[in-house]
Design a protein. Structure first.
Lengths: 329, 462
C-alpha cells in the first residue's frame, strides 16, 4: 500500500515542478536580460535534463529518487549536494520534532486525565475549553507571542530572564547538537528548542487533552471499574491500574499520526524561531526558486510521512489485538 | 409569492414577505449595485444601485470630522464624536443583520406552524437539540459575527481601502490647525505619515484612540499609519471568501468521490483510497507553498489577489480529509434496504445516490466542513505570514501579524496581537459550531458510528 502512495506522491511532485507553468531553469537564472543569462539558462536546462523528452525525464527522475541520488542545490547553497545539506539541516528538525512530540505528551495527557476524572467541574471545563482554544491558535502567531513574552521575562520569571535561565542560550537560533552526551550540552540544546517545540506541539497538546479526557470518561463508567469499586479497591489503585492503562491504548496511534502534522508545521515555527532545519531549507528553496532542491526535499517528506504511517499501523496491531489488517474500513 | 392573487392579502406568507421587503429597503442600494457588479449584462445596474441611498453606509452615518474648539465636532453623524458615530454604525449594521436572522427564524417557525403538512420531522429534533447546546450556539454567534464583518467590511471600517491604502494621496481630509486657528485640508497619505505606530510612545496610535487629525482608530494604526480595523475587516472578507470557495470545491469533490466509492466499491474505492493517501502523504502546507510559488506567474494567480488560486490549492490538498470523514457513512447508507430497492426499480445509479444516500451524509459534510474551514483560515494566515499567498496591497490577517511582529513587545503591540486573537476566536467559533451541529444531528443514532472529529481544525496547519 505504501509503495504506490510514494509513487503517486513523487509523480505529483514531478508533475508540479516539471509540467507546471514555472520553468525550473528559468526560476534558477531569474530574469533573462542578457546573452550571458540566455546561455546560462540553456546550460542549466541541459544539466537538469529539461531538453530531453518528457518520459525520459520522468524515468531519470524516478531512478534518481530510488537510488537516493537527490541532486544538488542551485540557488540557496549553489553546488552543494542535497544529501549533505540534509545531513546538516536534518538533525535540528528531528531534535525539534522529538521534543514537540514529547512536550504535549507530558502536558496534554495528564491534564486530560485530570479533567476526565473530575467531569463537569469548573476545572474540567477550564481544561477542556482551554484545550480547544489552544488548538485553534495559529502556530506562527503563538510563536510570535511566546517570543515576545520570553524576551520580556528579564528579572520577572526564570530568575534573570529566559536567556540566562539554567544555561546561557539565545532566544532565537539553531540548537548546537554537537555534544549531546555532555549534560550541559544536552541541556543547552534542549533549552534552545524548547519554546519552538512548545509551539509546534500546541495543537497536539489540545488534541491529546481532549482525547484522553474522553477515554477516561468512557472507561470510568465501564463495568469492571464499578466492580472494582464495589469490592473495595482503593480509588488510587483503580485509577492507576484499570483506568489509565486502558485509556492510553487509543491514544498511542494518535500520537504518531500527529508526529506527521509536525512535518508541515515545522516550516513556520522554524522560520519564526530562526532554527535552520529542513523546514527553513524548504522555504528558502521555494522563495529563491530552487525547485530541484525543493522537489528532492518533498520526496524526503513523503518518505517520512509514509514511514510514520507504517509505524503507526504496526503500533496499532501490536497494542490492540482486536485490530487486524483484514477488516479495514 | 406576493404576486399571486389567489393568496389572501392577510395570509402569513404575504405578511412575512412584506416584512422581508421592508428589511431589504435600507440596504437596497448596496444589493442592487452588488448585483450589477456580478452580472456582466447589466452595466447600468451598478450606477442605479449607487443612486439609491443606502441607510447603513458611511455616507449616511459619517464618522470622519474635524474638532473645532468651542463648537465641537463638525462632520460626524449628528455632531457625535467620530468614535461614537463609528460605534453607532457598527451597532446598526449588527442590529440589521440580527433583524434579518430573527426574521428568517420567524419565517421558518411560521412555515412550520402554518404550511407544513407533517406535524413533526426529524429535523425538528435536530433544531431542538441545537437550541440547548450552548457551546454550539457560541460558535454560531462567532461565525455570524465573522460573516457580518466580512459582508459589511466596507461599511464597518472607519475608512475605506481606496482612501486609506490604494490611493491615499488622492483623497483629502480636513483638520483644525490650532496654530493658525483655522480649518485646512491635508491629504490622507500625509495624515497617515503622521499617525504611524512604530513602537515608540510618541509614534504610536493604539486601539480605541484618535490620531492628531481627529480620526478614530478602533484597533489602532499600522506602522504605515493606515487604519488597522479597516485592514482587518477587508482581511476577514478575503479569508472567508477563500475558505468558503475552498471548502465548497473540496466538499463537492469529496461527496462525488464518496458516492462513487460507496456505490461501486472494490477497485474503484481502492483507487480513490490510493489517491487520497498519496495526497495526504504530501505535507499540506508544503504543497500549498510549492503550488502557490509555481503558479504565481499565471493568470489564475491574478484573480482576486491570488485568492482564487489559494482556494483551488486548498481544495485540491484538503479533500482527502473530508472524503475520509464521509466515506464510512456513505458506505453504511449504501447498504440500506431502500438503496437496494431503488436499484431494483431500475433507477439509474446517479439519481439513486443523489436521492437516497446524499441526504444522509450532508450532515457529516456540514460538520467536517465547518471544522476544516477553521483550518483553512489558519493556513491562509500562515501562508501570508510567510509572505506567500494573498498578494500585497490586499490586507490579510497573517500578513498583519507579520507586519506587527517587530513591535510586539513595544507600545505598538496591537498590530500583531489583535489579528492573531481574531484568528483564534474565529477558528474556535467554527470548531464550536461544528461540535454543535454534530451533537444536534446526533450522528451516533443516525448512522451508528461516531468518528472523532477533533483533529480537523487545528493550528498545526499554520
Amino acid at each position: 500500500m505504501s509503495v504506490p502512495v510514494v509513487w503517486l506522491g513523487t509523480t505529483a511532485t514531478f508533475a508540479i515542478i516539471r509540467l507546471g507553468p514555472l520553468n525550473p531553469a528559468a526560476a534558477i537564472v531569474g530574469p533573462v536580460n542578457s546573452a550571458q543569462a540566455q546561455e546560462r539558462l540553456a546550460r542549466i536546462e541541459r544539466q537538469l535534463g529539461l531538453t530531453e523528452p518528457l518520459h525520459e525525464q520522468y524515468l531519470g527522475y524516478m531512478i534518481d529518487l530510488l537510488t537516493f541520488d537527490l541532486g544538488q542545490s542551485w540557488v540557496v547553497f549553489p553546488g552543494q549536494e542535497t544529501v549533505s545539506l540534509l545531513a546538516t539541516f536534518g538533525p535540528r528538525t528531528v531534535w525539534l520534532g522529538l521534543w514537540s512530540v514529547l512536550i504535549p505528551l507530558f502536558v496534554g495527557i495528564p491534564l486530560g486525565i485530570y479533567a476526565g476524572l473530575h467531569p463537569n467541574t469548573k476545572r474540567d471545563y477550564a481544561a477542556s475549553v482551554g484545550g480547544i482554544v489552544w488548538r485553534a491558535m495559529p502556530n506562527f502567531w503563538l510563536a510570535v507571542i511566546l517570543l515576545a513574552l520570553l524576551s520580556l521575562t528579564d528579572g520577572l520569571f526564570f530568575w534573570n530572564g529566559w536567556e540566562s535561565f539554567l544555561v546561557e542560550t539565545r532566544l532565537v537560533g539553531a540548537p548546537d547538537l554537537s555534544n549531546l552526551t555532555d549534560p550541559t550540552g544536552f541541556l543547552r540544546a534542549t533549552k534552545q528548542v524548547l519554546p519552538a517545540a512548545f509551539v509546534l506541539g500546541s495543537a497536539s497538546m489540545g488534541n491529546e487533552l481532549r482525547l484522553s479526557r474522553t477515554a477516561v470518561l468512557e472507561i470510568i463508567n465501564e463495568n469492571y471499574v464499578e466492580m472494582a469499586e464495589a469490592i473495595g479497591v482503593s480509588r488510587r489503585r483503580i485509577i492507576g491500574k484499570h483506568v489509565l492503562r486502558n485509556a492510553l491504548i487509543p491514544l498511542i496511534p494518535i500520537i504518531t499520526s500527529e508526529a506527521y502534522l509536525l512535518v508541515g508545521g515545522s516550516v513556520l515555527v522554524e522560520v519564526v524561531f530562526g532554527i535552520n532545519g529542513i523546514g527553513t531549507l524548504f522555504f528558502e528553496a521555494m522563495t529563491a526558486g530552487d525547485l530541484p532542491l525543493a522537489g528532492s526535499l518533498m520526496y524526503v517528506f513523503i518518505l517520512l510521512t509514509v514511514t510514520i504511517n507504517i509505524a503507526q499501523d504496526l503500533l496499532y496491531t501490536a497494542i490492540d489485538p482486536r485490530i487486524g489488517y483484514e477488516g479495514e474500513r | 409569492m406576493s404576486g399571486d392573487r389567489r393568496v389572501q392579502a392577510d395570509s402569513p406568507a404575504v405578511r412575512w414577505a412584506l416584512g422581508a421587503v421592508v428589511l431589504l429597503l435600507p440596504e437596497l442600494g448596496a444589493v442592487v449595485s452588488f448585483l450589477g457588479t456580478v452580472s456582466p449584462v447589466a452595466v447600468g445596474v451598478t450606477a442605479a444601485g449607487e443612486a439609491i441611498p443606502t441607510l447603513l453606509s458611511r455616507e449616511t452615518i459619517p464618522n470622519q470630522g474635524v474638532f473645532v474648539p468651542g463648537s465641537g465636532w463638525q462632520g460626524p453623524f449628528m455632531g457625535l464624536s467620530p468614535a461614537l458615530a463609528w460605534g453607532l454604525r457598527v451597532a446598526l449594521v449588527y442590529a440589521y443583520a440580527g433583524a434579518w436572522l430573527a426574521w428568517l427564524w420567524y419565517g421558518y417557525r411560521l412555515y412550520r406552524r402554518e404550511y407544513r403538512t407533517a406535524g413533526w420531522t426529524p429535523r425538528d429534533d435536530v433544531i431542538d437539540r441545537f437550541r440547548t447546546h450552548r457551546w454550539g450556539q457560541f460558535g454560531l454567534v462567532v461565525v455570524v459575527a465573522f460573516f457580518v464583518l466580512a459582508l459589511f467590511a466596507p461599511t464597518l471600517g472607519p475608512t475605506t481601502m481606496e482612501r486609506n491604502v490604494y490611493e491615499p494621496f488622492s483623497y483629502e481630509i480636513t483638520t483644525y490647525d490650532a496654530d493658525a486657528g483655522e480649518i485646512r485640508s491635508v491629504t490622507v497619505g500625509q495624515a497617515n505619515l503622521d499617525s504611524i505606530s512604530q513602537g515608540e510612545p510618541d509614534r504610536n496610535v493604539g486601539p480605541l484612540s484618535y490620531d492628531r487629525y481627529g480620526r478614530f482608530h478602533p484597533f489602532g494604526t499600522l506602522p504605515s499609519g493606515q487604519d488597522l480595523f479597516t485592514a482587518v475587516a477587508v482581511g476577514a472578507r478575503i479569508s472567508l471568501f477563500i475558505g468558503l470557495l475552498a471548502i465548497s470545491i473540496s466538499g463537492l469533490l469529496a461527496v462525488t468521490l464518496a458516492l462513487v466509492s460507496a456505490y461501486y466499491g472494490g477497485w474503484v474505492d481502492l483507487a480513490i483510497v490510493l489517491v487520497s493517501d498519496a495526497t495526504q502523504s504530501l505535507p499540506q502546507l508544503l504543497v500549498v507553498i510549492l503550488l502557490s510559488v509555481v503558479f504565481s506567474g499565471t493568470w489564475i494567480a491574478s484573480l482576486y489577489s491570488g485568492g482564487v488560486l489559494l482556494a483551488v490549492i486548498f481544495a485540491l490538498t484538503g479533500w482527502p480529509s473530508l472524503w475520509r470523514a464521509i466515506r464510512g457513512p456513505a458506505f453504511q447508507v449504501a447498504e440500506r434496504r431502500w438503496v437496494e430497492a431503488s436499484e431494483s426499480f431500475g433507477v439509474p445509479p446517479g439519481s439513486t445516490m443523489r436521492r437516497h444516500v446524499l441526504p444522509y451524509i450532508v450532515g457529516y459534510l456540514l460538520v467536517y466542513g465547518s471544522m476544516n474551514l477553521g483550518g483553512i483560515i489558519i493556513g491562509i494566515a500562515g501562508l501570508s505570514f510567510l509572505g506567500l499567498g494573498v498578494s500585497s496591497p490586499t490586507p490579510e490577517w497573517g500578513r498583519l501579524v507579520k507586519i506587527g511582529q517587530p513591535f510586539v513587545t513595544s507600545v505598538s503591540w496591537h498590530i500583531a496581537v489583535i489579528p492573531g486573537l481574531l484568528v483564534v476566536i474565529v477558528v474556535t467559533g467554527f470548531s464550536a459550531l461544528g461540535d454543535g451541529i454534530r451533537d444536534a444531528i446526533d450522528m451516533k443514532t443516525d448512522v451508528g458510528e461516531e468518528t472523532e472529529t477533533s483533529t480537523a481544525a487545528s493550528g498545526a496547519g499554520g
